[in-house]
Design a protein around this ligand. Structure first.
Ligand SMILES: C[S@@+](CC[C@H](N)C(=O)[O-])C[C@H]1O[C@@H](n2cnc3c(N)ncnc32)[C@H](O)[C@@H]1O
Length: 303
């Protein structure tokens, strides 16, 4: 089983500043990312790729997987549309290494990787992509303008008649199990939560506004969609999610961490969206999916 390295934690702390990320090392990283996220980004990527009324992906499509992580969107896309051309971009070298490894392992053709900031897609030509996906890339922590900057860049690089599909969190649910656990272990301390987001970023109106003001104007749609983090058993779920301990239990000694793991199991089970399902357990979550179409009439005001 992969160990939880500081590098891994830094990548899994999806909303921490990119500057905290450390260099890549092991090949277990992708599976560790998927274990820690419990597949929640995969279910969401699936929903995004199947969003009604997207222009079809064909062998002529050129797709940007923006803030690609270990290539979740790219992987789903290539399994459905092997001939589609894909650019997988991320700011973290460890993530790009994972995509490169998958290109080799799966023999994908037409997939390139690039180290790019979602806020500045320097080097990508205007109007070059038919589809742009950004799964859980926003907001960039510490940059209040990151949503607009990223939306403008995506508007710039998507072709006319093309589409941009972006997801953000609405309700992650599970961090509450960690903060309640921390409170039970250290009742007088304020629980840590390095994943905390300003409530505004969890609203659909925030995502809508970024897309509208980023250039898509009236050609925007927002939907609330379910996803979940899951594992074969509650013990497994807790073990996987305990990889996030650095975001909630910094400074805890070994004894406290040992207790935390036991308490976390109770707290996870008590979450409002915890379910036992065929094949395991899961914690329901919700995300926003926003779609912006570049039709050329974005600026026209309807009367
Ligand atoms: C939650 S992960 C999502 C990864 C992937 N899209 C998925 O579906 O699982 C967020 C990703 O954003 C990347 N990231 C963070 N800040 C970024 C930035 N400013 N520009 C580009 N990528 C960034 C991280 O390296 C990480 O891969």
């Amino acid at each position: 089983m992969p160990t939880t390295t500081p590098r891994l934690l830094s990548i899994l702390t999806q909303f921490l500043p990119i500057t905290r990320m450390t260099p890549p090392s092991t090949a277990t990283f992708a599976s560790a990312y998927l274990r820690m996220t419990g597949g929640c980004t995969i279910h969401l990527a699936n929903t995004m790729l199947s969003f009604p009324s997207l222009p079809p992906i064909t062998p002529a499509s050129y797709v940007l997987d923006n803030a690609c992580g270990p290539g979740v969107v790219t992987s789903l896309l290539k399994s459905r549309h092997p001939a589609a051309r894909v650019m997988a971009a991320d700011l973290a070298p460890a993530m790009l290494d994972e995509v490169d490894a998958q290109i080799q392992q799966n023999g994908w053709s037409g997939v390139e990787t690039a180290m790019l900031d979602v806020r500045n897609l320097e080097g990508l030509d205007d109007e070059s992509f038919t589809h742009v996906f950004a799964n859980l890339a926003l907001p960039v922590p510490g940059d209040q303008e990151s949503g607009i900057k990223a939306a403008r860049e995506m508007f710039r690089v998507v072709k006319k008649e093309g589409v941009v599909v972006v997801s953000t969190w609405a309700d992650r649910v599970w961090p509450a199990a960690f903060t309640s656990t921390a409170h039970r272990i250290r009742p007088t301390a304020v629980p840590q939560n390095a994943m905390a987001l300003e409530p505004e970023y969890l609203t659909g109106s925030w995502l809508l506004r970024q897309l509208e003001e980023g250039g898509f104007g009236k050609n925007v749609e927002i939907k609330s969609v379910p996803t979940y983090t899951s594992a074969a058993t509650l013990d497994k779920l807790v073990e996987n999610m305990f990889m996030a301990k650095g975001m909630f239990f910094t400074g805890f000694d070994e004894e406290e961490l040992g207790k935390a793991k036991v308490v976390l199991k109770e707290e996870m089970k008590g979450l409002r969206t915890f379910e036992e399902v065929d094949g395991g357990v899961r914690v329901g979550m919700r995300a926003w999916v926003g779609v912006g179409w570049k039709r050329g009439d974005e600026g026209e005001v309807a009367c």
